[in-house]
Design a protein around this ligand. Structure first.
Ligand code: BTN
Length: 338
């Protein structure tokens, strides 16, 4: 699709975002194109982005539900002065392969620490363990932040836990009372996945290094869109109902908290965050299986060690793990990921 077509689609969606009825003539005049071009662009956008668009005979078009598109100015103005100082540019994209990939590339090209990228949708969103991250348009949060550290990657082992705590605190403040963390940093609500973090680290072994922290948060996800998710999931709309926060306010809170956590980790490491992580620990005392490079180790969750490792009480005694995928809940015939 050419840039003109994309600009037109973007402009049309911004006009329709209020959820009100807009006539073809009004839209055509606003864009300086024919009504036929409006019709074509709208239908294409609805198909491509999975939007529910209603055409009301002789009156115009409206979206089934208003959209709150992401807006860099609105997010920036909701940030505290220190948070604004921590940032080095906030980019909002309509569509991208992956906000993490984009920032890893920007980092390699010299982008400054504190750069943030958000997108309305991802075409190749990535989750942990090589899985896809379902990333439909216009409702969820796909946010990545680049941070640089003087030391090597080995010192960043606890960072993913610190970031999980930062996000869990924002969600609790937004009213998600039962927010919990599944090691290392999955965001869970009543055993269902609400979001997750993907940290990608690069650098010299003795430093400097950089990390891109990518957060995916299900704010509103349709059943159909979520069909590809292979574990129990939930979205914020289901948890919070009418109290669902707007996307820009939510994203600003997340940027504020994540940038503070990334900066604080550089000063104090994981230690100051350990009590908070332990308080959010969803599976302490639960029977689990840890999948690690083709191996499956069973045991009981015994919390986390001071370096952030997962502690499992196994038949061979207490063991610490720095990597792997925790699976819970034995079912007749096997285990399911949770
Ligand atoms: C997980 O598997 O739990 C981690 C999911 C991380 C998804 C986010 S969405 C923004 C950023 N861009 C990506 O491609 N992935 C992360």
């Amino acid at each position: 699709m050419g840039t003109d077509t994309l600009d037109r689609r973007d402009a049309l969606l911004r006009l329709l975002a209020d959820g009100g009825l807009h006539s073809g003539a009004e839209l055509a005049a606003a864009l300086g194109v024919s009504r036929a071009a409006v019709w074509k662009a709208l239908h294409r956008a609805a198909d491509d982005l999975g939007l529910e668009l209603t055409a009301v005979r002789r009156k115009g078009y409206r979206l089934a539900r208003p959209l709150e598109l992401l807006d860099a100015d609105s997010m920036t103005s909701a940030l505290s002065a220190p948070a604004r100082q921590r940032l080095a540019g906030l980019e909002v994209l309509f569509s991208v392969d992956s906000t993490n990939t984009r920032l890893m590339q920007a980092a390699a090209a010299g982008a400054a620490s504190g750069r943030v990228c958000l997108a309305e949708r991802q075409l190749a969103g990535r989750g942990r363990g090589g899985r896809d991250w379902v990333s439909p348009f216009g409702e969820n949060i796909y946010l990545s932040m680049l941070w640089r550290y003087p030391g090597g990657p080995a010192g960043l082992g606890g960072l993913s836990l610190a970031c999980g705590v930062a996000v869990a605190e924002v969600l609790r403040q937004a009213g998600v009372a039962d927010i919990a963390l599944k090691w290392p940093n999955d965001l869970h609500w009543r055993r269902r996945k609400l979001g997750g973090l993907l940290l990608e680290v690069a650098g010299e072994s003795h430093g400097p290094s950089h990390v891109v922290v990518g957060l995916g948060l299900n704010r509103r996800l349709g059943e159909q869109q979520a069909a590809a998710i292979d574990q129990p999931w939930v979205d914020l709309a289901a948890v919070l109902g009418d109290a669902l926060p707007g996307r820009n306010r939510l994203a600003a809170g997340l940027i504020e908290a994540l940038s503070a956590a990334l900066a604080a980790y550089g000063d104090g490491g994981l230690a100051p965050v350990l009590p908070a992580w332990r308080a959010f620990d969803a599976y302490q005392g639960e029977p689990v299986a840890l999948l690690m490079g083709g191996q499956r180790i069973t045991g009981t969750c015994a919390g986390i060690a001071d370096d952030g490792a997962l502690l499992l009480k196994t038949a061979d005694g207490l063991r610490a793990f720095h990597a792997g995928e925790v699976s819970l809940r034995p079912l007749a015939g096997g285990w399911v990921r949770a």
